[in-house]
Design a protein around this ligand. Structure first.
Ligand code: SF4
Ligand code: ZN
Length: 309
């Protein structure tokens, strides 16, 4: 991890004399509560500004799972909102139907939107696909995340469209992004590696933005704790089957031993992107022969999957 919670009072790299709450191992800085919060928020603001993720007049809908990342995303965007000219914020939550997991996060999402007085809509797998993820995965647990990913992608697009949004914001953080870079390298999937660097819509869907892409999981946890918004929510029971889980553990060890590893993975992706001419990611725009959704083949992944559910 890039940083650790620290109780050191006046270490050499403190920005002030207030007690430090966070030690950033990568830069050596020790940050007090106020400096830590403003550092996180200003880095998110810089990501939004530098990458033009949000522009005046945008309606940004947050894909709010109620988990740590999307909760922090909502809190930070709500805080930055006055500086974002004419921008509207709303949220929607997807209920995949995962017993023993989603109930708590949905309750948490509901409390949050009430507190911030945001428009909030719910989308459920039974409504969209005629059944819960639990039912679809019976006997197919090892495929959980690929099946869920295809269904969630559709649900995200439907949620953003129903909200009338111009941007769809997700809570992907630095750890998620670094894991994705590593996983795509492990799979030998360079086009996917490049597509993941920003919006994967290629003009086909409502653009997705990841304002927390340079904020680590650890920083998000500390940010929530400092705001009294930390909740020990359950993990998705299917996560144990994912390659991501193994990559996550491996990168956490590497980051702890070699602070900056995750940022270096992001930099590698940026360098590859800078040296590619775009032909690797450009796919011909087609429409699914069955549902009409934009896709790259004859039949979209969702229609293919539906035949097997
Ligand atoms: Fe879906 Fe996998 Fe995430 Fe669970 S861990 S919500 S199955 S993508
Ligand atoms: Zn289709």
């Amino acid at each position: 991890m890039a940083g650790t919670v620290s109780s050191t009072k006046t270490p050499p790299w403190s920005l002030c004399t207030e007690p430090a709450v966070f030690h950033d191992k990568r830069t050596g800085r020790h940050l007090c509560r106020d400096h830590f919060i403003s550092d996180v928020e200003s880095r998110v603001a810089e990501t939004i500004r530098g990458r033009r993720l949000i522009v005046p007049g945008d309606h940004v809908v947050i894909a709010l799972s109620g988990g740590k990342d999307s909760t922090a995303l909502l809190m930070i965007l709500a805080r930055l909102l006055p500086a974002l000219e004419g921008v509207t914020l709303s949220a929607f939550t997807i209920d995949e139907g995962i017993h023993g997991y989603r109930e708590d996060t949905i309750r948490s999402a509901d409390e949050l939107v009430k507190k911030y007085r945001l428009t909030h809509t719910m989308i459920s797998f039974p409504d969209l696909f005629g059944g819960t993820l639990d039912v679809f995965l019976e006997g197919r647990e090892p495929e959980a995340c690929s099946i869920c990913g295809i269904l969630r992608r559709k649900a995200l697009n439907v949620g953003a469209e129903r909200a009338g949004a111009t941007k769809l914001a997700t809570g992907h953080n630095l750890d998620d992004e670094a894991q994705s870079v590593f996983m795509n390298v492990l799979r030998g999937d360079l086009p996917r590696l490049l597509r993941d660097s920003g919006s994967d819509s290629q003009g086909r869907f409502i653009p997705r933005i990841k304002p927390l892409m340079f904020i680590s999981e650890k920083e998000i946890a500390v940010y929530l704790m400092l705001h009294g918004a930390w909740a020990d929510l359950p993990e998705c029971p299917y996560a144990v089957h994912a390659l991501r889980g193994e990559v996550r553990r491996m990168l956490a060890v590497l980051e702890s031993k070699h602070p900056g590893t995750m940022l270096h993975l992001m930099e590698s992706r940026a360098q590859i992107e800078a040296h590619c001419d775009g032909s690797l990611v450009a796919e011909p725009m087609r429409h699914c022969a069955e549902c009409g959704d934009p896709c790259s083949g004859e039949i979209c992944q969702l229609c293919n999957l539906k035949k097997t559910l």
